[in-house]
Design a protein around this ligand. Structure first.
Ligand code: GLN
Length: 554
């Protein structure tokens, strides 16, 4: 009896908020999702979030990050859409592969079921079989996470053919779940045409019409606006034509720090309306810690300049987590950070161009793949080592720092990674043994969170305040064990390793001001209230050096 009661209560508590987007992509739908989650968390509710991605890839790992944006690695090794990074950074929750549903996964499972005879005698169709599978996955996440509210964001824009099965599944769920337990938030754009200077609501009206055509009616509308919040008139117009209450139309305005958006929407009353519509017993939101945090991002006036050395093509969305980790670190160090992209291929064309780095307080070489621009990265980090410029190398950056050290300090002429020069006489960076046999490329790297042991008294130990940490990985190559001794005898210090001692995880040059490389990607675990230690190290060292301190102070 007790069991039934408990089960029933849990069942009743799950609410779903679906988030769709209209008019354009890139309106910050993910940030609205995070903001709604934050407003609920501020009221004491447990939330989790799911991203539905209509593409046919099984995960984001095989997609082109230059087009689709960063691949965000989760603790369990799943290679997720970058929106999951935003969810983790805003909500402080640890997500798993279940939180990212792609059409690829859904169809793969349905087709596998069909081959196994699971649908014998029936014609397998998008409705109900594909939509059932989507609903099953959504309910599974709700169940597994035990969240009070599950946020479900649909990638793409309403009207895309690919997104239809997901939207149809949302429609069915709105009918199947108890009335009042689901909500639909639609994010649109309200442009202002210069000639008229008036916010135009027509695109929003059209995209809601599109939603209605597939049986979905939004409950709340968030309009991405330019140049300040929507005036009352267009707001009333949206409410009237889109059939939502006036109090349920909000403006997502430009914010100085992304982390401000939940506060901006809260101020417009969105949190109370969401709770009211979902029948969640409202209590006063507590945003005090979040507000303090946002202040720490906005208050500093001193700026540290960091050069990100890579390929221009990798710009923008490819390194969202790296950029965010630098910003988190700056807020903790009490400064701002200016991140400039430096194309390393220029250094290959003319080595004198590397002088540009002298204008910077610190340098970061992020993760990457392939030969192009790699020699330029080596030139950049040679400059950092020989000029004692604060440096942080992530993954590929760590590997190339090891190559540079092997070549120019240890004297191993022609040392390289076999990723760039397969026939190198000194393969200091080589394929992981288990990678040599692999032919499939999807989900086959060394992926996810692994324990890293840190040497007592080393800089990483000091930065992390612990001798054992867990960080996320995504790589195929590693420091070749056959070269460990020669590198260490030559003065390289590797103060971090895997518990079985099979991998070198960190390179540290202790005689320099700040020179660190990590085989793992600490940016994936950086949170605005708890910055990643290696990133904090780089920003703090860059600031201290700029201020003329003889040693960085941690
Ligand atoms: N290309 C390198 C490897 O696969 C580094 C990967 C990365 O930087 N994420 O090992």
């Amino acid at each position: 009896m007790l069991k039934t009661v408990v089960y029933w209560q849990v069942f009743l508590l799950v609410k779903y908020i679906f988030i769709t987007g209209g008019v354009l992509s890139g309106l910050g739908k993910g940030l609205v999702t995070c903001s709604v989650g934050k407003m609920l968390q501020a009221r004491g509710f447990d939330v989790s979030a799911v991203k539905c991605d209509p593409y046919l890839n099984v995960d984001a790992g095989t997609m082109n990050p230059y087009i689709h944006g960063e691949v965000f690695v989760l603790d369990d090794g799943y290679e997720a859409d970058m929106d999951l990074g935003a969810y983790e950074r805003f909500l402080g929750v640890e997500l798993t592969g279940l939180n990212n549903i792609t059409s690829g996964q859904v169809y793969q499972r349905v087709i596998q079921e069909e081959r196994e005879g699971g649908y014998l005698g029936r014609c397998v169709q998008i409705i109900p079989h594909v939509t059932d599978e989507i609903k099953r996955r959504l309910r599974l996440v709700a169940d597994k996470t035990g969240a009070d509210v599950l946020l479900v964001e649909c990638g793409g824009t309403v009207g895309d053919i690919e997104g239809l099965p997901f939207l149809e599944a949302f429609r069915q769920m709105r009918l199947e779940e108890p009335r009042g337990d689901t909500l639909l938030v639609h994010v649109t754009l309200v442009p202002v045409l210069d000639a008229v200077g008036e916010p135009k609501t027509k695109p929003t009206q059209h995209s809601v019409k599109e939603l209605r055509a597939i049986g979905l009616q939004p409950d709340l509308i968030v309009a991405r606006t330019e140049g300040g919040p929507l005036p009352d008139d267009p707001k009333r117009k949206i409410a009237l034509y889109c059939s939502v209450e006036e109090k349920a139309v909000y403006s997502s305005v430009d914010v100085e720090s992304l982390y401000e958006l939940p506060l901006v929407l809260e101020e417009q009353g969105m949190g109370d309306v969401v709770c009211d519509y979902l029948g969640l017993k409202d209590c006063a939101p507590d945003f005090s810690e979040w507000e303090d945090m946002v202040r720490a991002f906005k208050e500093p006036t001193e700026t540290v300049k960091i050069a990100m050395c890579g390929k221009y093509a990798e710009l923008a969305d490819c390194y969202v987590s790296v950029n965010e980790a630098l910003r988190h670190a700056a807020a903790k160090a009490g400064c701002r950070v200016q991140i400039d992209w430096i194309e390393t291929e220029f250094f290959e064309e003319d080595i004198r161009q590397v002088k540009v780095l002298e204008e910077y307080d610190g340098v970061l070489v992020p993760g990457g793949f392939g030969q192009r621009g790699a020699e330029g990265k080596i030139i950049a980090l040679n400059h950092c080592r020989t000029r004692d410029l604060p440096f942080l190398g992530i993954c590929y950056g760590f590997q190339l720092a090891t190559v540079e050290y092997a070549r120019y300090v240890v004297g191993l002429e022609g040392a390289a990674s076999t990723e760039c020069v397969p026939e190198t006489p000194h393969p200091v960076i080589d394929l992981l043994p288990e990678q040599k046999e692999i032919s499939e490329l999807g989900g086959t790297m060394r992926l996810g969170a692994n324990t890293v042991i840190l040497d007592e008294g080393s800089l990483p130990h000091k930065l992390y305040g612990s001798t054992e940490v867990r960080e996320r990985h995504r790589h195929r190559w590693e420091v070749n064990p056959e070269y460990w001794e020669r590198l260490e005898e030559g003065g390289a210090v590797f103060p971090g390793w895997s518990p079985d001692k099979g991998f070198k995880e960190i390179l540290w040059l202790p005689e320099l001001y700040f020179f660190l490389g990590t085989q793992f990607h600490p940016e994936f675990k950086s949170r605005p209230w708890s910055p990643s230690p290696p990133y904090y190290g780089l920003v703090k060292a860059s600031l201290d050096r700029k201020r003329g301190k003889p040693r960085p102070e941690f």
